[in-house]
Design a protein around this ligand. Sequence first.
Ligand code: UD1
Length: 439
Amino acid sequence: MDKLVVEGGRPLSGTVKVSGAKNAALPLMAASILCGGPLILENLPRLGDLKTMGLLLRHMGGEVDPFWEKPESPAGDSGPDSPLSGPGPVSLDMSSLRLPEAPHELVKTMRASALVLGPLLARFGRARVALPGGCAIGVRPIDMHLKALKEMGTEFDLSGGDIVATAPKGGLRGAEIRFDTVSVTGTENIMMAAALARGRTIISNAAREPEITDTGEALIRMGADIEGLGTDEIVVNGRDSLHGASHRVMPDRIECGTLMAALALAGGRIRLEGAPLECLKAVTEKFAAAGLKVDSEGSVMDLERAEERLRPVDVTTLPYPGFPTDMQAQFMAMMTLASGASIITETIFENRFMHVAELRRLGADITLEGRSAVVKGVAALSGAPLTASDLRASACLLLAALAAGGKSQIHRVYHLDRGYDRLDGKLNLLGARIKRMRA
Ligand code: UD1
């Protein structure tokens, strides 16, 4: 298992490119199950969760280019357009898929594996999917996915930790689905299932995250009939079949926000290329209030810290277009060094403050009060050994370590590698000093 050794206190400079979005790539890969020909995905990031999804699709009998094995150009070689190159166009051909089963060994690390359930049921009328794992940031049930699929006629059994699902004879039926809580993968799962269901499905209280829109747009290219993407009501008229298509995965707004937070913490001046500015409004507003100078043109973002110290800013996480829970930990890292107190409130996941104890080891002053963290900015952090507990927490610790004096070690970085495309490599290109070592 790798660990990172970070030498803090070095300002950042230079240019990096934002990678493709993990949270769009995952449902897009699952969507390939629905089509009769190859789905070609461009701009896939290199990260662990996508390899897991690729192995899962292969296990079921699909043909997936093993993009996780493709050699990357070495850092510094600028490749076609990026110093850390992507794998190029990747073909996913599920026409040979025979085994609609997602076993525990493959899905235990990744909650998004639940995303294959809707597509498998829609195409095969049956599926067996192990109950998913993933980040330990709360209970995170998939009850709403199952309830909605039930309303489309599915019957469920639980056997040996697996969900065994059977669609009615003739296939899933369109239905009027209302989610009690806004759910990102829930909306995606049902939208994909509905694309091949009989009749019309109306999804109300749908999530509006841009990654859902990206997936929906790919489905439309595959021949699906979908309206209302980006609103809280998505209407899908089921088709008999979908065909192959090509799609470019949208850029990762969370990776972009994480790199912005890195600059805010480490100081310096950097340029981010391929930034999805239009879906980062809530984030850039808070960053600007904290004292980050953001200059943008098209998809190019120039960033600089306006003052020596960041200003305290309160944040409450909300579904899109609100401030994303996936940026909460990184923003908290920033606030540990602000010139006053801020309150960070988490409304999406009940247990997403596991980074607090680790930030305190660096000298941060944070008190938890229910779903809020009161962060009193300190003048400096100092390096310490740290343990990452989940994906965004590992990014938060890495960023805090960039700003801390001396050396920090971050253990269990496999969480970081699950969800970021070589974040340490990108930060090193920007002048950080991060060494990856076998622990
Ligand atoms: C997705 C993202 C994740 C992000 C989260 C919230 C992917 C692959 N992951 O996760 O990075 O942090 O959205 O923006 O896109 N819930 C239920 N029952 C359900 C489903 C959800 O109670 O059946 C609850 C969850 O526990 C949570 C809330 O609803 O409290 C929102 O979760 P949801 O939007 O479903 O998160 P994910 O789709 O898992």
